[in-house]
Design a protein around this ligand. Structure first.
Ligand code: CAA
Length: 280
């Protein structure tokens, strides 16, 4: 059984993953290059748990902080049973991390990526025991979203899939196992919707607020596609669409020019304070 989980990257996703694991009393080794990101992840964990408890949305009364160890040194991951990489959506960065994990981790440790679009098969090819590589795609905000999209590459063993399914149960998430295709399932469907919403704004048919109002009130979306794009990060949306366009060679996935313009201008959504909306 998985006892200790390493998480690489203390950003929005890595912090959320560490939080849900620790709330289930699973030991977490959280690693980031920046000490400041680690400190801020612990603060976010405390405030998120307090908010969830206040709203009655957390079943466990466990204080997660004692279960989270942090370090800027990847050697902390040497004895983990599973390591989840949750860094920026850039294949070269992820490749470098898995090359290091191949040296640092035990040969029986499961290696996972929280990538939202990059081929798990290509990442598996980097390590000496490719059968232990798997995709575990958590959704944002991790503490609130019940799904883990589990991606099984051609090389992934049934034991690795079973171990991840068991872990998902322990953290009260539903694992849905799918095949390794560009952008998997969720983003293959979600990103063209977001892209289309951006095109509607770009051509002046409706404002961002109107598009979101139409999709929440008219189609039952919990939040509009443009507010959602801001929450995901416009840079992440752009990288996923770019990858889908290159790999699936279909103009449906060509990113809207306005999306690229926003990213070039540094308007990345919630995390930069401005995207399709302004944030305090
Ligand atoms: N921890 C604790 N609270 C959190 C939180 C977190 N991590 N994130 C948000 N919240 C809080 C907010 O601060 C807000 O609090 P206040 O009410 O105090 O302002 C509250 O949750 C929002 O609560 P609401 O009552 O307004 O809304 P809700 O609880 O009914 O639903 C939601 C919130 C679950 C985010 C809902 O809007 C939703 O489902 N949105 C869609 C999210 C989605 O589609 N996610 C997937 C994105 S795709 C992805 O992640 C994959 C990828 O690769 C791109």
């Amino acid at each position: 059984m998985i006892q200790t989980v390493g998480v690489i990257g203390a950003g929005q996703m890595g912090q959320g993953i560490a939080q849900v694991l620790a709330c289930a009393s699973i030991n977490v080794c959280l690693v980031d290059l920046a000490q400041q990101a680690l400190d801020s992840a612990l603060l976010t964990t405390s405030s998120s748990v307090a908010k969830l408890q206040e709203k009655g949305k957390l079943n466990s009364a466990t204080n997660p902080l004692p279960f989270i160890q942090t370090s800027t040194d990847m050697q902390l991951l040497a004895d983990c049973d599973l390591v989840i990489e949750a860094v920026t959506e850039d294949e070269m960065t992820k490749r470098t991390i898995f090359e290091s994990l191949n040296q640092i981790c035990r040969p029986d440790a499961i290696l996972a990526s929280n990538t939202s679009s990059i081929s798990i098969g290509r990442l598996a090819a980097i390590v000496d025991q490719p059968e232990r590589m798997i995709g575990v795609h958590f959704m944002n905000p991790v503490p609130l979203m019940p799904l883990i999209e589990v991606i099984e590459a051609k090389q992934t063993s049934t034991e690795s899939v079973a171990a991840v399914q068991q872990l998902a149960e322990r953290i009260e998430k539903t694992a849905v196992v799918v095949k390794d295709r560009p952008a998997f399932v969720l983003n293959r469907i979600l990103l063209p919707t977001i892209n289309e919403a951006i095109r509607v704004v770009e051509e002046g048919t409706a404002s961002a607020e109107q598009v979101d109002q139409i999709m929440t009130l008219g189609a039952g979306f919990p939040m509009g596609p443009l507010a959602l794009a801001d929450m995901i990060g416009l840079d992440t949306c752009l990288s996923i669409l770019d990858l889908m366009f290159v790999e699936l060679k279909d103009s449906r996935y060509l990113p809207a020019p306005l999306l690229r313009e926003q990213v070039v201008a540094g308007r990345l959504g919630k995390k930069s304070g401005e995207g399709f909306y302004q944030y305090a």
